[in-house]
Design a protein around this ligand. Structure first.
Ligand code: NAP
Ligand code: MG
Length: 492
């Protein structure tokens, strides 16, 4: 029997009597091992540290697997393997390197369903997103870079691209497999070898990916995966054999890494936080804009560095947008991420849930007006109702700090100049959205917004051919496209 819903006038207005979806859980076997070792020199290797930690599922707090905790000597062994593999791999003809990348892409496609379920269980994102976004995009990055591997001579006319050596790579928990693909694919295409660390709360798909590398017969040592916590990351950053550090994560850790590497000849790219403005002008297609706003902030529970977390709406349409947005938000389903009907899954960890709660409390204390949809959150697991704040001013914490959760702050503006000033008024500069009917306005706004990516009349669109990266405290360096390739090469 479907459970009775609380009285909800908006739902009744749209659908007549109350209705409810039946549960539709995804059933593919995620094939998760009870324990994962490190992946060093092509083999699963027990950590010399002898330590393991639990990975739990944010969907119900159940233990998912035990993960090896790499200590300094394990990180050392990974760098030794990557250093030993570098001479041969870097001299392997591009067409041959490309074949490995194609093989990895196809194996990922073959096992996409299994990987999607594992990603959702370990990280909490809705199965619809891991199935329709994370997995296809991860494969797409390998396909795209496979295509570059034998065409590097064409990337910069008259110049040759040479690999850097061993790349040390550190990634966050919001798109675990996809961030791994963003890091590994360009590094291998350009002939580098890799030591990579996934985030502590989301190592499962990284270790499943190691089995794909084995199946693809990638030469031992070309990719080494060391799981662990922040000390493991710090050991990668400080390792003398790293020719480059590629980091995606918080601005605070990014700044620390930059200080650590100051004065060394290591290359560095940083993909850090954001607080994007999604700007809606009065001539915008309103209904599409509302969909874009919802997608911009609620995709992946708002755990998105480029999330449209600040809605800047022109004053003349503010009340209409707010009304339609609230209606639309009432139809977002929050709950078990393994259910195919779920729009908003679980918050990745208890620590992140606490951070979201604190910032939301701060927003209420500073006087912004809160709206949350009525929804029954599961009793077990980490969940947060979709939230918006209106009456926000630029000085509020919720307008300045990255919340990294399903929380939207709404500000208003009168003129394009005011929109630009407000949009640029943060330490970040990763992304922005512009909704308007006028092409000239889109061009003007994109030129004046200090953001690495500007979407026009859409949001959260990605393509491996399109470079992604930030300005200001959102970092430097690009991932994807030719620019991303150049960040893994020196020009000769
Ligand atoms: P985080 O705390 O900075 O962690 C990111 C990664 O760095 C994790 O693997 C983490 O390991 C590791 N780490 C932590 N301290 C370290 C240290 N001192 N030295 C070396 N590595 C260290 O960030 P997060 O909270 O996991 O991720 C969310 C942040 O990432 C957000 O700010 C978001 O905007 C940003 N992000 C940016 C992009 C982008 O492309 N610009 C994409 C996604 C996310 P543990 O997990 O084991 O602590
Ligand atoms: Mg987990």
């Amino acid at each position: 029997m479907p459970a009775k819903r609380p009285n909800n006038p908006a739902r009744e207005l749209l659908f007549g009597d109350l209705w409810e979806f039946d549960p539709a859980p995804e059933t593919a076997d995620p094939n998760i091992a009870p324990r994962y070792q490190l992946f060093i020199n092509g083999k699963f290797t027990a950590p010399k540290s002898k330590k393991y930690f639990d990975s739990i599922s944010p969907r119900n707090e159940a233990k998912v697997s035990e993960i090896a905790h790499a200590g300094d000597s394990d990180v050392n062994a990974a760098f030794e393997a990557a250093t030993a593999a570098f001479p041969k791999w870097s001299k392997t003809p591009g067409a041959e390197r490309g074949k490995y990348l194609y093989r990895i892409a196809r194996l990922l496609q073959d096992r996409a369903r299994e990987f999607a379920v594992a990603e959702t269980i370990d990280g909490g994102k809705p199965i619809r997103e891991s199935r329709d976004f994370d997995l296809p995009m991860s494969a797409a990055h390998f396909f795209y870079h496979a295509g570059w591997a034998d065409k590097l001579d064409c990337a910069m006319p008259g110049r040759r691209l040479e690999p850097l050596g061993v790349a040390g790579q550190i990634i966050p928990w919001n798109f675990p497999l996809l961030m791994m693909a963003w890091k590994i694919a360009p590094a291998l295409a350009t002939g580098n070898t890799v030591v990579i660390k996934p985030a502590e709360t989301t190592s499962v798909t990284a270790m499943k990916f190691a089995s794909i590398l084995q199946d693809a017969a990638l030469p031992p040592g070309v990719v080494n995966i060391v799981t662990g916590a922040r000390e493991t990351g710090a050991a990668i950053v400080g390792h003398p054999a790293a020719a480059k550090i590629a980091f995606t994560g918080s601005t605070a850790v990014g700044k620390w890494i930059q200080r650590e590497l100051a004065g060394s000849d290591k290359r560095l790219t940083l993909e850090l936080g954001g607080k994007a403005a999604n700007i809606v002008f009065e001539d915008a297609p309103i209904d599409q804009a509302v969909e874009g706003i919802v997608n911009g902030i609620f995709f992946n529970q708002g755990h998105v560095c480029c999330a449209g977390a600040r809605l800047l709406v022109q004053e003349s349409i503010a009340s209409e947008i707010l009304h339609k947005l609230k209606l639309r938000m009432r139809h977002l389903r929050v709950g078990d991420p393994l259910d195919k009907n779920t729009d908003i899954g679980a918050i990745n960890s208890l620590a992140q849930l606490q951070k979201i709660r604190d910032l939301v409390q701060g927003g209420i204390r500073q006087g912004a007006e809160i709206f949350q949809t009525e929804c029954r959150l599961p009793k077990k697991g980490f969940y947060f109702a979709p939230t918006l704040f209106s009456g926000v001013s630029s000085s509020h914490r919720i307008a300045q700090e990255e919340i990294f959760g399903p929380v939207l702050s709404i500000l208003t503006f009168r003129t394009p100049e005011e929109a630009i000033e407000k949009a640029n008024n943060t330490p970040y500069g990763l992304s922005a959205g512009v909704w308007t009917d006028k092409g000239s306005r889109i061009l003007k706004m994109s030129a004046e917004l200090k953001a690495g990516v500007v979407w026009a009349n859409t949001y959260n669109k990605f393509d491996p051919a399109s470079p992604f990266g930030g300005f200001k405290e959102s970092g430097f360096g690009r991932e994807g496209g030719k620019q991303g390739l150049l960040d893994y090469a020196k020009l000769a």
